[in-house]
Design a protein around this ligand. Structure first.
Ligand SMILES: Nc1nc2c(ncn2[C@@H]2O[C@H](COP(=O)(O)OP(=O)(O)O)[C@@H](O)[C@H]2O)c(=O)[nH]1
Ligand SMILES: [Mg+2]
Length: 381
């Protein structure tokens, strides 16, 4: 009898242990993971509030619920963070360091001679100002210095600053708007330069100003492009018009413009592909989109070329190619944060004579700064 009782007790113990283990593991996650998810998804700072009876109410998920859509859920769960306007001076760190480093070498030598000019020239070229613009700038500073018989290198730096401000002065940098009806702003540029992100930033700015914004997802070449734009539409409070992947971009632009008209929207921001099967295709398609917008007289207000500042002189080459095909009305220069090649602003302005209208200095919707030459130059010195 005794061994039988022992076997029964052992069997009961094994069954209990196994079922306890299975219960805790049923969700396929460890206790730690469940807890972590619950904190992430629980409504912030209001754990005791009863759930609102709306269909969109988010409650802390049970283990059986499907995984949350990344991005969307997190957005709702994050406590509201204070939005801050970025300062150009803070974000221009690397370009600024390159300039100030060179200037301190020049002023440190205490006199003005040939080496002064060589050093300044080298500093500008290193910052991707480019040879033609650098030559033009140094010649102008040198002439003024000679006329003033300058011997103090500090004065040379001041003259340089004046010449640079003058180089950038005088352009109209406001984004143009239609006299009546929605204004269409088209964004063009190669893949990865920041078109979609810049659209999000401008959409945010417009929405903040109380304007109604429609985004047109006309980059149908890349599968994820419309999805990315849809996320930004949601975050910025804009509306979006999109089609199937591979849909005709022209029809999307057309639909977006009609939607904007009927809904009384103020601006339509058109996202376009940065790459097609080849360059000729891309340029032909951009021309076609332009023609579609132009059917509504006065609607096309801006064709903005987006250029990645960190590509330096390559960006200038791209700008030339686009400018030859579609009339570019302005440039949005992105990624000025984290590059020492900010001098490209000067090259674009002086070699292409297209105004830089806004600069991107980060990856959030608030990281856009209207381009102000005085501010820009002040941030470098
Ligand atoms: N640091 C930084 N990153 C940026 C900026 N603008 C865009 N990006 C990043 O560049 C990448 C490509 O941007 P995207 O808008 O998708 O480029 P698109 O292919 O031209 O539409 C993304 O990872 C963006 O977050 C900017 O001003 N600063
Ligand atoms: Mg894109």
């Amino acid at each position: 009898m005794e061994p039988v009782i022992l076997v029964i007790i052992l069997a009961v113990a094994v069954v209990m242990t196994v079922s306890a283990f299975v219960l805790t593991r049923r969700s396929g996650k460890s206790d730690l993971e469940i807890e972590r998810d619950a904190t992430k998804l629980a409504p912030p700072r209001a754990p005791k509030q009863p759930p609102r009876p709306s269909p969109t109410t988010k409650t802390a998920p049970t283990a059986a619920e499907p995984e949350a859509i990344p991005g969307v859920e997190e957005l709702e769960a994050e406590p509201p963070t204070e939005r801050t306007k970025p300062r150009l001076r803070d974000r221009l760190g690397k370009t600024r360091a390159a300039f100030t480093g060179a200037f301190s070498v020049v002023t440190g030598r205490g006199k003005v001679d040939d080496e002064t000019w060589d050093e300044l020239e080298e500093a500008l070229i290193m910052a991707d100002v480019g040879v033609p613009t650098t030559t033009k700038v140094i010649d102008a500073v040198r002439q003024r210095a000679q006329a003033e018989k300058v011997n103090d290198p500090e004065r040379v730096i001041e003259l340089l600053r004046e010449v640079l401000v003058q180089l950038l002065a005088g352009s109209d940098r406001d984004l143009r708007r239609a006299a009546s009806g929605p204004s269409v702003w088209m964004f063009v540029g190669v893949n990865g330069v920041g078109k979609t992100t810049s659209i999000a930033k401008l959409a945010q700015r417009e929405v903040d100003a109380g304007h109604r914004v429609v985004l047109a997802a006309a980059d149908t070449f890349r599968a994820a492009a419309a999805e990315q734009l849809a996320t930004w539409a949601e975050r910025t409070g804009s509306e979006i018009v999109r089609g199937q992947d591979g849909a005709d971009p022209g029809s999307i632009v057309f639909d977006a413009m009609s939607a904007a008209s009927t809904r009384g929207a103020d601006v339509v921001l058109v996202d376009t592909a940065g790459r097609l099967h080849n360059k000729v295709n891309l340029m032909e398609e951009l021309k076609k989109l332009r023609r579609i917008v132009d059917r509504t007289e006065g609607a096309l207000c801006e064709v903005l070329l987006v250029v990645d500042a960190s590509t330096g002189q390559n960006g200038l080459t791209q700008a030339r190619q686009f400018a030859e095909t579609v009339d570019i009305t302005g440039i949005v220069l992105t990624k000025l944060d984290g590059t020492a090649k900010g001098g490209i602003v000067l090259a674009i302005q002086s070699e292409l004579d297209i105004p830089v209208k806004a600069v991107g200095v980060g990856e959030t919707a608030d990281d856009l700064i209207p381009f102000d030459p005085e501010d820009f130059i002040a941030a470098l010195f």
